[in-house]
Design a protein around this ligand. Structure first.
Ligand code: 4FM
Length: 220
């Protein structure tokens, strides 16, 4: 999968190059291109924003600069996503669907927003990562990149995406490792029994119990 990111702060994405996503980039499983919107400013001071028509606080990013940045990565088959609190809130189903795309273009806003005309022209889908306000779309774009990448063949092993929280609509069962006793607490006997059928049954029961307790909304 190819992911182009249109942003005023490409440096924020450097941390992605470490960790699992970095490995996937090295293996050419995913390709991430960072496009600095500022590079498309025609202004001698590289200005990209201006005051809002109608007045009010803050600055608005000009449509022409964003449009030129977009044209530099244009692909009729790409899906253009604008990260904003006005979008539909991202969930695991949406993540799985996005992972089937070949080319994503992620548009990150800043300041008081981006001129509405260019958004209407280029954006296919508006996505939010939750009901709170950030200073820009960069962290949400990284959330999309991280969550979607996990579903691309070869990024992580298949078992982890199949067994994890939400894939069956439930939260995960508790995990234990050595030592067998820690601060006087023993690992549940059943996990040491070697009886895989009973272990699976116990884990399913725990998943349901934990979901009822912590996230009953997921069961509705
Ligand atoms: C987005 C600030 C665009 C300015 C933001 C502009 C957010 C969220 C968010 C802040 N994005 N989910 N929550 N963005 O708060 O996606 Cl122009």
């Amino acid at each position: 999968m190819k992911i182009d990111v249109l942003t005023l702060f490409p440096e924020m994405f450097e941390t992605l190059k470490s960790s699992i996503i970095g490995k996937a980039i090295e293996k050419n499983i995913i390709e991430i291109n960072l496009i600095n919107i500022r590079d498309f400013s025609k202004d001698k001071h590289k200005k990209v924003d201006d005051t809002p028509y109608g007045g009010g606080a803050g600055m608005v990013i000009r449509p022409d600069v964003v449009y030129d940045a977009y044209k530099s990565v244009y692909d009729k088959n790409a899906k253009v996503i604008y990260l904003s609190p006005q979008g539909k809130v991202l969930d695991q189903k949406k993540v799985e669907n996005l992972s089937l795309e070949n080319h994503l273009i992620l548009l990150c806003g800043h300041y008081e927003g981006i001129d509405q005309r260019v958004l209407d022209e280029i954006v296919d889908e508006e996505i939010s990562i939750g009901d709170y306000v950030l200073t820009g779309g960069e962290l949400p774009a990284m959330v999309v990149i991280d969550t979607v990448s996990r579903y691309i063949e070869g990024v992580i092993n298949k078992a982890s995406t199949n067994e994890e929280s939400f894939s069956n609509g439930l939260l995960e069962y508790p995990q234990y490792t050595r030592p067998e006793e820690f601060l006087g607490k023993k690992v549940p006997d059943i996990l040491i029994s070697g009886h895989h059928e009973n272990i699976n049954k116990w884990r399913q029961e725990k998943s349901l119990e934990i979901t009822k307790l912590k996230r009953p909304d997921l069961l509705k």
